[in-house]
Design a protein. Structure first.
Length: 115
């Protein structure tokens, strides 16, 4: 049972790129909007981008024009292409479905951006 498994984070320099991915169980992924969240120490987890089941994407202002969320419905996987990274993007990134009841959270993937 997959649940939610995030991968693909890492260390990048300011201005660089990373592309985390999230593999989800079909019961979590199918027919649901999927989102990428992030949390850094001392702060609440925040939603930064989501994509509807039909592929429509939405972003918070802080990542708009830099991040691109996408999904592959054949692989039950959601991606986050992160460009023009900034030190303030440093956080653990998680994915989950949107809605009243989230799935159990995965372990997340650490993204660290050096200045």
């Amino acid at each position: 049972q997959v649940g939610l498994v995030e991968s693909g984070g890492g260390l990048a320099q300011s201005g660089g790129s990373l592309r985390p991915s999230c593999a989800a169980s079909g019961s979590i992924f199918s027919g649901n909007a999927m989102g990428w969240y992030r949390q850094d120490p001392g702060n609440k987890r925040e939603l930064v981008a989501f994509v509807t089941s039909g592929g429509e994407a939405n972003y918070v202002d802080s990542v708009k024009d830099r991040f691109t969320i996408s999904r592959d419905n054949t692989k039950n996987t959601v991606y986050l292409q992160m460009n023009s990274l900034k030190p303030e993007d440093t956080a653990v990134y998680y994915c989950n479905k949107l809605g009243l009841r989230s799935a159990a959270w995965g372990q997340g993937t650490q993204v660290t951006v050096s200045s």
